[in-house]
Design a protein around this ligand. Structure first.
Ligand code: AMP
Length: 377
């Protein structure tokens, strides 16, 4: 073994970690510290959380001296960052400055980086940006049709998120088809608790469903996705809602949870199977939105070689894959029911010889981040 990479994903109240062998492409150990900073909880802050992770790693028997780099998932890179970046004091200050654009996400990332640099002072720390893969979106796709001066002043444009996953899955898709990424046009559907779609032409992202924030686009576990912006003004005027309340409504009390009370897809399916009308509607809204995006991205790409499903729902829920693409045989898109419902892991679920291959491709953001960080060792 040549060395290991510690991958950290710091959220506001949790830190996910993985120690990865980037050459073998395997996770050596992984875990999660939760409830950070919660009143009366066992982990008062991120420093304590990282200390705990350090202890867990020692207990796991991992050779910490073999950790040669730390890779950090950073949510918002703004216009400034796209490629994986070696973290210096100046880079960290810039990430902190971008908190304006991602007030929920970048601050915990900054705290995590600061603490981890103190904890692992002798190895390179590398930031991998969730927005990075979408940095080069065509201007026509990245631009909102609002007053150009206001947009420029406040950095209002479409940045996209989940980029590490979309990039990794689009590359894996090409590999599974035995082709070079540059030859393949792919629609990637990342359907987890957060969900996003992307259109990737020849390895380059040309469209994605998330925008300024991770709120736009598909229906998610607790986020609404696309919404008439007039709804905000209406709720402010008629219900007197303020910014904090709207933020909470659209980010935490919407999506599947807003429609039927649960955000976990397994529970949703359970409720659908018992015929609960709210759950049936929630499922219908979810799948309808997905189909709209597939249709839009077919038009954006013109020629689509592959449609790849990934993340918790995309990888595990055959019904969603089938329902999202049903009735599109005339466009060369077919899901083979047998292949869709059986088998595990990365696989093609369309019939042999179909014009558009449909695939299940497990995502692995940690491995992608580890490999990016390894590039600096
Ligand atoms: P992620 O954010 O990628 O971890 O995905 C989380 C979502 O995937 C949750 O809504 C889970 O309920 C859903 N999920 C994970 N595994 C399964 C499964 N085996 N069947 C149905 N849904 C699943």
């Amino acid at each position: 073994m040549t060395g290991l990479v510690l991958v950290l994903n710091c959220g506001s109240s949790s830190i996910k970690y993985q120690v990865v062998d980037p050459v073998a492409g395997e996770a050596v150990v992984s875990g999660l510290v939760e409830q950070i900073g919660e009143p009366g909880g066992p982990v008062p802050d991120h420093a304590a959380g990282l200390q705990r992770i350090h202890g867990d790693l020692v207990d796991s028997g991992v050779d910490l001296a073999a950790v040669r780099a730390v890779g950090h998932r950073v949510v918002h890179g703004g216009r400034r960052f796209h490629a994986p970046t070696l973290i210096t004091d100046a880079v960290l200050a810039e990430i902190e400055r971008l908190s304006d654009l991602a007030p929920l996400h970048n601050p915990p990332n900054v705290v995590g980086i600061t603490v981890a640099r103190a904890d692992f002072p002798d190895v390179p720390h590398v930031a991998v940006f969730d927005t990075g893969f979408f940095h080069g979106l065509p201007e026509a796709a990245a631009t909102y049709a609002i007053d150009a001066g206001v947009a420029a002043q406040y950095g209002i444009r479409r940045y996209g998120f989940h980029g590490t996953s979309h990039e990794y899955v689009s590359q894996q898709t090409a590999a599974l088809l035995g082709r070079e990424p540059a030859e393949v046009n792919t629609i990637v559907l990342h359907l987890g608790n957060g969900a996003s779609a992307s259109a990737v032409r020849g390895g380059v992202a040309v469209e994605t469903s998330m925008g300024l924030t991770p709120l736009e686009g598909l229906v998610m576990g607790t986020r609404c996705g696309d919404l008439d912006p007039g709804v905000l003004m209406h709720l402010k005027r008629t219900a007197g809602m303020g910014v904090a309340e709207l933020d909470e409504l659209l980010n935490r009390r919407s999506g599947l949870r807003g429609l039927c009370g649960v955000n976990d897809f397994r529970e949703l399916l359970e409720q659908v199977s018992t015929g609960r009308p709210e759950a049936t509607l929630a499922y219908g809204v979810y799948v309808h939105r997905l189909r709209k995006y597939v249709g839009a991205y077919l038009a954006v790409l013109g020629r689509v070689d592959a449609i790849a499903f990934t993340a918790g729902v995309g990888e595990n829920v055959a019904a969603v894959r089938e329902d999202a693409l049903s009735g599109l045989d005339g466009l060369g898109i077919t899901v083979d029911p047998q292949r869709n419902r059986s088998g595990r892991g990365a696989r093609i679920i369309s019939p042999d010889g179909a014009r558009t291959a449909v695939l299940v491709v497990p995502t692995n953001e940690e491995l992608a981040i580890a490999r990016a960080a390894w590039g600096f060792v």
